[in-house]
Write a new protein. Structure first.
Length: 168
């Protein structure tokens, strides 16, 4: 039980042959795209294409969730996936583009669009800059060197964060 409501969590294996039938059968009502590993290497350009088994499975789930107005939340890799599925792209090897920030196993500050400054926990070497954000998304947080740290869909219940609130 979570806050007096029974919450069921369903893990969807990357090799699920038909993930849409799976989520329909279990009446999935929300999607969480987690961190861990990087988006496939073919996604580091303006014409990003998903290719790994995990990427392809998650793209199918994302497209299904988008079509059926399912709330979607992405953490780190999950935020990058959301951006790519909506037509954006990502940058590989962030450390080559940054002077004072590290986003690999470190804390750094971000600023939200309402002016708050937060310290966040990052574990990523890929990221998104303003020119790479999908047109249907709005930036709500970024680092001092311009790495996008929070995205929200302009019309749908879709949000992504680049940091890891679940890990120390």
């Amino acid at each position: 039980y979570f806050l007096n409501r029974k919450i069921k969590i369903l893990v969807i294996p990357n090799l699920t042959p038909n993930p849409i039938n799976y989520v329909k059968y279990f009446n999935v009502q929300r999607l969480l795209f987690t961190g861990g590993d990087s988006i496939g290497p073919s996604c580091f350009s303006e014409s990003s294409k998903l290719k790994t088994k995990r990427d392809l499975l998650e793209q199918k789930l994302f497209d299904w969730g988008l079509k059926h107005d399912i709330p979607i939340f992405g953490v780190c890799r999950g935020m990058q996936l959301i951006n790519i599925c909506l037509g954006g792209s990502i940058t590989k090897n962030l450390k080559r583009h940054l002077i004072n920030e590290s986003h690999v196993a470190s804390y750094h500050t971000i600023k939200t669009d309402d002016g708050r400054v937060l310290s966040v926990n990052s574990f990523h070497n890929e990221g998104i800059f303003e020119h790479q954000v999908a047109k249907s998304l709005r930036v709500f947080a970024k680092s001092s060197e311009g790495v996008i740290e929070g995205l929200i869909h302009k019309d749908k219940n879709i949000i992504g964060i680049q940091w890891h609130p679940e890990r120390e």
